[in-house]
Design a protein around this ligand. Structure first.
Ligand SMILES: *Cc1c(COP(=O)(O)O)cnc(C)c1O
Length: 354
């Protein structure tokens, strides 16, 4: 058990209007922090009033990008209680990301204790309007106070939280996605499977281009042959080819999403054939032309599932469905959200009540 020292704010903020939350714009009254040094290990676990961080200008994170993060949510149940969805999966993935970037790992039990303690303290910030939740953002970064390129001796773990609005305030509308033919996000052997800020920095250029052209996100191809589908922006991707559900296999350059994993488990339990395999851009093109590709969707914590209505590749546009969410996509959305918001009983062991 960690000894978490709690210093409460003297000035609790007014809660924002929960019909106008957006994503990641409002923050709760407190934050959790603890520090790591090679000699002391993790120490000084504390919850303090939410405030700017004070860091040495030479801190590793500013120069060499040693930063990883996670994203999960606390949901308000109909009975008024609060719960998290598969938090142990986020903790394990954060430890895998830490291993890749040579940042210190967390003890799983202590990490759960941190999440429980923090969410309990900020309980009143978990909104209750339909589709809203408290987004939890743990992050961990290298904090050595010198410019030498060395293995990391000092690090900090921080947890902040943001009440977020319904992703689908205007209904679930299919999005337009641009397949990126030039830039790549990650390569095998790189950091694609780690949830690190650097992957996002590498995505910025293509993301900005796509946005300018009116697309909501980029669909990445593999970094070697630029032939196989990898994932969308901050979501994994799934396709329905007739009776098969296919999603790119985890080759090392794809982020192993917890929503992806949950979708696969739910679909298999319903009797669908789900294949984690290579999906080439040629196969996708063929299936789009001959009509066997009937549904495509992105999946991730923020949106749950997001139907893809149009794919754009090298000047050609392909429509999927008829501007409406497909039946498998809708069913997945309904099932997952019912479990996450505690509207049905969790038979999978995915829920952690606070
Ligand atoms: C976080 C993330 C996802 C989705 O993962 P979830 O665990 O389902 O939220 C997918 N791709 C990338 C690049 C991500 O950072």
């Amino acid at each position: 058990m960690l000894d978490i020292k709690i210093t409460k704010t003297a000035n609790p903020a007014a809660k924002p209007d929960s019909s106008k939350l957006g994503f990641g714009r409002h923050f709760t009254d407190h934050m959790f922090m603890m520090d790591y040094s090679r000699t002391e290990g993790w120490h000084d676990a504390r919850i303090v009033p939410f405030a700017n961080l004070s860091l040495h200008p030479a801190a590793t994170v500013f120069h060499y990008g040693a930063e990883i993060f996670e994203g999960l949510k606390a949901y308000r149940r109909p009975d008024g209680g609060v719960q998290m969805f598969r938090p142990i999966e986020n903790i394990r993935r954060m430890n895998n990301s830490a291993e890749r970037l040579r940042l210190p790992q967390l003890d799983e039990e202590e990490a759960l204790q941190i999440l429980d303690t923090f969410v309990r303290l900020e309980e009143s910030w978990v909104p209750s309007e339909p589709g809203t939740s408290l987004y939890l953002r743990p992050f961990l970064f290298g904090n050595d106070e010198h410019l030498g390129v060395h293995s990391i001796d000092n690090a900090r773990f921080v947890l902040i939280a943001s009440p977020v609005g319904s992703y689908y305030a205007e209904g679930i509308n299919p999005v337009r996605i641009m397949i990126e033919a030039d830039d790549v996000r990650a390569v095998r052997g790189g950091t694609g499977y780690a949830k690190c800020g650097g992957n996002y920095a590498a995505s910025n250029r293509a993301g900005e281009n796509a946005e300018k052209l009116g697309f909501s996100q980029v669909l990445w191809l593999d970094g070697v042959e630029r032939k196989y589908i990898e994932e969308v922006g901050a979501m994994n991707v799934m396709f329905r080819f007739g009776d098969e559900i296919a999603t790119p296999m985890l080759t090392g350059s794809i982020l192993p999403g917890i929503t992806r994993k949950s979708c696969i488990e739910l679909l298999k339990a319903e009797g669908w054939t789900v294949n984690e395999r290579l999906i080439s851009i040629d196969e996708l093109g063929e299936a789009l032309k001959n009509g066997t590709l009937t549904e495509a969707w992105g999946c991730g914590t923020a949106a749950v599932v997001s139907p893809i209505g149009e794919l754009f590749y090298k000047g050609e546009s392909f429509k999927i469905g008829e501007g409406k969410i497909g039946e498998v996509t809708q069913k997945l959305y309904d099932t997952l959200t019912a479990i996450q918001w505690g509207k049905v009983e969790d038979t999978h062991g995915w829920i952690r009540k606070i």
